[in-house]
Write a protein that binds this ligand. Structure first.
Ligand SMILES: [Zn+2]
Length: 325
């Protein structure tokens, strides 16, 4: 089965993209999903550009520029961000080589099944077949993340500051500041449900951002850094607290078991942040009917068979816990 390395729809060519995705992700009609660089080429560039990922360096990041061909600039304008799996034998993460395919699949589920605005992304390989996740950068010069917006910093909240907020705080900021607060709040809520269904324990304050302009009007940026973290880490909890009561009690949801999580709790959260209950119920009904579509995307993804099975089992359990299905 040959699929587009971005949208996962069937195509005729191997290691390739459909024309629409090729244009959206790379600005070119025809691109290869094999990056014309080797693992060694990238490793050489790592020390100068190295940035540890939030999950304690589980993926290394390299910034690239595409103009005619791919380059790894030492400075200046970049267009794409590449994530390389950390496959060291000492890596504390299970199935580490599956992380790029996991992030690519999770972003596609968010976009195609949950209708969440997401950063454009694709799954690629180096010349020597190292799996890679690639995303087109959006204009971050006019964006601020929620650690900055809510003024929750390492100075005020210590090392793990970005895990020290609540989703209620983010929603309340959106309600006050977004120029289209109903759309932004609804998309934020959709991402909340999505993170539960696919088990993303990395939705911390820095993984939500807003654009601003000279009039100081804000709007949410596309969503990014979405993946099933339970696939790689034992004992995951939600990155942030749900509401202020949970924050006061330092109570986070166990995202491995999803116990204490239910449709009722989701509806309570939606009401707390001011969303219309009819709209929320119809969204949840819609998602409840889409389990098979999620399974189809998992099957078509670039995960290994073992990772596909685990991802599928976790989604199956989420549907039981949240929708009694
Ligand atoms: Zn495509």
């Amino acid at each position: 089965m040959l699929v587009c390395h971005s949208c996962l729809q069937d195509i005729k060519a191997e290691n390739s993209f459909c024309t629409a995705c090729s244009l959206q992700v790379f600005g070119k009609r025809k691109m290869s999903a094999i990056l014309p660089l080797s693992t060694n080429d990238l490793a050489e560039k790592l020390p100068s550009q190295l940035q540890k990922n939030s999950l304690v360096g589980y993926q290394n990041k390299i910034y690239l520029k595409i103009n005619g061909t791919w380059t790894v600039p030492q400075w200046g304008a970049v267009s794409h961000l590449l994530k390389l799996p950390n496959t060291d034998r000492i890596s504390p993460y299970k199935l580490a080589a599956d992380m790029p395919a996991n992030e690519h699949l999770s972003m596609q589920i968010a976009k195609q099944i949950f209708d969440i605005p997401t950063a454009k992304c694709a799954f690629m390989y180096t010349e020597d077949k190292l799996p890679l996740y690639i995303t087109k950068l959006f204009d971050v010069s006019y964006a601020k993340d929620f650690a900055i917006l809510l003024d929750i910093t390492s100075d005020t909240h210590g090392e793990s500051y970005k895990y020290d907020g609540s989703y209620e705080e983010i929603a309340s900021y959106l309600a006050q500041k977004s120029e289209d607060n109903q759309t932004d709040l609804f998309n934020f809520f959709k991402s909340f449900v999505f993170n539960l269904v696919i088990r993303n324990g990395d939705a911390h304050l820095r993984n939500f951002s807003m654009y601003y302009n000279s009039q100081n009007l804000f709007t949410l940026t596309p969503f990014y850094d979405l993946l099933n973290t339970v696939l790689h880490i034992e004992g995951e909890t939600m990155a942030c607290y749900i509401d202020q009561a949970d924050k006061a009690n330092k109570r986070k949801i166990d995202i491995c078991s999803l116990n204490k999580m239910s449709k009722k709790k989701i509806l309570m959260f939606a009401t707390t942040i001011g969303l219309d209950s009819q709209k929320i119920n119809s969204f949840l009904d819609e998602i409840a009917g889409k389990k098979i579509l999620i399974f189809t995307l998992i099957d078509k993804s670039f995960l290994t068979d073992r990772a596909k099975q685990l991802y599928r089992n976790l989604v199956e359990d989420s549907y039981k816990a949240l929708f009694k299905l």
